[in-house]
Design a protein around this ligand. Structure first.
Ligand code: PHE
Length: 403
């Protein structure tokens, strides 16, 4: 009864607030009839297929469809095909909430994959939680996301881990002592990562000598960069998204600044180097996998993705592929096909072999013990600088193989 009321409320909220409902795109098997029947199993996906972070959603979507097509071609899950219903949230938090409401209330999906951007996942997670619809974000790293409730999972590491590794690498491997941070204050990912980098870098004896901020999709960063230039740091942390990072690098070089920029997975996009070009030489960021990894599973994934979509899969694609496969595996193991049973099955995920490493979900519903890589822009190409295995106690192994 309670869940019916909640559903009714979310429908009303959706009707009141959705200016123009996003288009639903359907992929997978034919004619689904929801989780309860014997037809296709309906899975919802919401993502930024258009708007400011369009490459995030597009890469993720392509990889999810690739994973589900492979699973369906091999007979589906327990004899049933998986059908993915996709909503474009236009990279906007309000639309992310609308998209999820629609998938739950109108399409009656069993479970939901998404989002990439932490701000969008934060906006949509409470709706999944209150409707007892398990949500797996492939790539939102902000720690708050999975704190929204026990139906919310992530198959990637968190920004506590990522921020710690960026700061530790800068302080202990590159021996930087003085740093600046340039934060996107309109982006939960950026503000969260800033806090961790600041704390860890300082705890290792470094000093943050300049802190500047901007708002997502600003295009002029000169006044902030001029202030940073005056402080003369050795490195500038830029924990933002690729859209801004390229411009920041160009404007820094225009102002005569030579310091490397360092950031996190938000830099990851085929558009990063296209936008920033030479200005990004020597800049580094952390990521979930390296496309040139000789591991057969990674190699196979990269080949298949390239053949199908004509581009190298970025980190989001690898994470989307893994999240989709973890979800299908949990559906197979679930005692029943309802929210609570599927929730329990996802929570029990252990040692799942993914493209981004081994996935085990910990008690806080975050993937624990994953490796992290550091990539560097060299001669206009992304190269692997170091791999940090959690088993090595967080110490970085420099890249040995050339790719
Ligand atoms: N981790 C970023 C966030 O939470 C999103 C992201 C993931 C971007 C992976 C690129 C690659 O906002």
């Amino acid at each position: 009864m309670r869940s019916h009321l909640l559903k009714l409320c979310t429908i009303i909220v959706a009707v009141l607030f959705s200016g123009c409902p996003p288009k639903t795109e359907v992929a997978g098997g034919g004619g689904g009839n929801g989780a309860a029947g014997g037809g296709d199993i309906l899975i919802g996906e919401y993502g930024s297929l258009t708007g400011g972070q369009a490459t995030f959603g597009t890469s993720t979507h392509q990889a999810i469809i690739m994973a589900m097509d492979e699973i369906n071609a091999a007979g589906g899950v327990n004899g049933r095909k998986i059908k993915v219903l996709t909503e474009d949230d236009e990279s906007k938090t309000e639309e992310a909430a609308n998209a999820v409401t629609k998938l739950i209330s109108q399409n009656n999906v069993l479970t939901i994959l998404g989002e990439v951007a932490s701000s969008c996942s934060l906006a949509a997670a409470p709706i999944c939680q209150s409707n007892k619809v398990p949500m797996i974000t492939p790539s939102s790293t902000n720690p708050e996301v999975t704190k929204k409730g026990d139906y919310i999972f992530r198959t990637c590491f968190t920004d506590d881990y990522q921020g710690e590794n960026i700061a530790r690498y800068a302080a202990t491997q590159l021996h930087y002592k003085k740093a600046a941070i340039l934060t996107d204050v309109k982006n939960d990912y950026s503000t969260g990562l800033t806090t961790t980098i600041d704390r860890v870098f300082t705890s290792l004896g470094g000093k943050i000598i300049a802190k500047q901020s901007y708002a997502n999709l600003d295009s002029d960063f000169r006044s902030q960069l001029t202030a940073i230039r005056a402080a003369n740091p050795e490195v500038i942390f830029v924990p933002g998204y690729y859209t801004d990072v390229g411009q920041i690098a160009i404007q820094a070089r225009d102002l005569g600044m030579k310091q490397p920029l360092m950031g996190g997975d938000g830099w990851e996009s085929p558009k990063l180097i296209e936008i920033g070009g030479k200005a990004l030489e020597g800049c580094m960021y952390t990521n979930h996998y390296f496309y040139g990894d000789p591991n057969p599973m990674v190699h196979n994934f990269v080949q298949k993705y390239k053949e199908r979509f004509g581009s190298i899969p970025d980190g989001m694609a690898a994470l989307g592929y893994d999240a989709a496969r973890v979800l299908a595996d949990a559906i197979k193991r679930a005692k029943k096909l309802d929210g609570p049973s599927l929730r329990d099955a996802i929570a029990a995920t252990k040692s799942f072999q993914g493209v981004t490493g081994t996935i085990t979900l910990g008690p806080d519903r975050d993937a624990v013990g994953k490796k992290i890589v550091i990539e560097e822009v060299k001669n206009g190409q992304l190269t692997l600088k170091a791999t940090i295995e959690p088993s090595a106690g967080g110490s970085a192994t420099p890249a040995t193989a050339k790719h």
